[in-house]
Design a protein around this ligand. Structure first.
Ligand code: GUN
Length: 355
């Protein structure tokens, strides 16, 4: 108000919106792809809906989809905070620097960053052991490939994705050590046309079973068209390609989201780093195809049981990279530091990790 005059309310001022109950926790979700992607983001969205349902009017959730891993992410998070959100889930790796920046400014907001590795007083990181799902899918691929060449459509070259490619191949080679693998990178999380193109080039190169680390069912659909086989990832993608579908490595974010909301409502938000896998019920290979031999299904069940009781770890030596160097000695289990820094392909994978 200028000139020391008191501001007058305009005559036709709209009635103020009902203020939210003071104890209502507002929670924002930031997604990198559309909620209809059928995979990564769809699955986060199922988690959001599940907590909204569970906690009812104690919380109010919202989301913004298709947010690029750029300064757009910073703008969206600041906007969410401005709208009163006190808990923000940022659900893709490339948001990391933006989460750090915004969180440093907004100390009264808690941030949960999926797949990142940088924590702060008000930033927790969380992830699912997607490599365990990749390994289980790999077992099925190893049992089903006739060309003995499997393929992966890869997204963004970060350790998580390289670890998933390798874990898929290790699973396949656990059935047949002679299995070879090809990888095509699309350098995006979600680009159905590029994902389909990458799948076509794998199939043209002799691959007959594919996995992917991208967000859409495009790879699976490409397999369906060409009479090849592939997997769903992150979400249950069986409906997109009933003939090609060999199984879906499905993430369930709901248990983690439920815990974070419970903690936050109780004033006990924890922070830290959280990595849940098969053991915690956060990932599973679902809907294995009927034509997969029972012997292969038994191998999947055995590996899964080992993951559940801790007697089996995917990254157990001896493991060699594709230049012949031993990366894990016999009997050694890769620790968190090892798993976080995987920047090589295992033996049998063609080519070199980009970068
Ligand atoms: N899709 C979009 N972002 C991510 C990510 O950070 N990790 C994985 N696995 N998939 C994604």
């Amino acid at each position: 108000a200028a000139c020391g005059k008191k501001e007058e309310a305009p005559a036709a001022a709209p009635a103020p919106a009902a203020a939210p109950a003071a104890d209502k926790l507002k929670i924002g979700f930031m997604y990198v792809s559309p909620i209809g992607d059928g995979g990564w983001t769809y699955q986060h969205e199922l988690g959001r809906k599940a907590i909204q349902e569970k906690f009812g009017d104690r919380i109010e959730t919202s989301f913004v989809e298709s947010v690029p891993e750029s300064a757009d992410a910073e703008r969206v998070m600041r906007d969410m905070a401005g709208q009163g959100n006190k808990l923000i889930f940022a659900t893709s790796f490339g948001y990391q620097e933006f989460v750090q920046k915004v969180a440093a400014d907004l100390k009264d907001v808690k941030f949960e960053h999926a797949t990142g590795y940088k924590q702060a007083d008000n930033v927790a990181t969380y992830d699912t052991k997607t490599f365990e799902g990749a390994y289980l899918a790999g077992i099925v691929a190893g049992g089903m490939s006739k060309t003995k060449t499997v393929g992966v459509v890869a997204s963004v070259p970060i350790p998580e994705v390289v670890r998933n490619i390798n874990s898929f191949v290790l699973g396949a080679q656990s059935v047949d050590p002679s299995i070879k693998a090809k990888v095509v990178w699309v350098n995006e999380w979600f680009s159905p046309p590029k994902e389909a193109e990458a799948a076509a080039s794998l199939l043209n190169g002799g691959v007959d079973v594919m996995y992917q680390n991208t967000n859409s069912p495009a790879v699976l659909k490409a397999a369906e068209e060409r009479g090849a086989r592939a997997f769903g990832k992150d979400g249950d993608m069986s409906a997109y390609a009933p003939k090609a579908h060999l199984g879906s490595a499905v993430i369930d974010w709901t248990p983690y989201y439920t815990k974070v909301v419970e903690d936050t409502l109780a004033g006990k938000w924890q922070g830290g780093a959280h990595w849940w896998g098969v053991k915690e019920g956060a990932i599973d290979l679902l809907k294995i195809a009927d034509d997969v031999p029972q012997e292969i299904k038994d191998r999947v069940a055995k590996a899964k049981a080992g993951m559940q009781d801790g007697s089996f770890a995917v990254w157990t030596g001896p493991i060699k990279d594709n230049a012949g160097k031993e990366v894990l000695a016999a009997g050694t289990v890769g620790d968190l530091k090892f798993l976080s820094g995987i920047n090589f392909y295992v033996a049998g994978v063609e080519g070199k990790v980009p970068g």
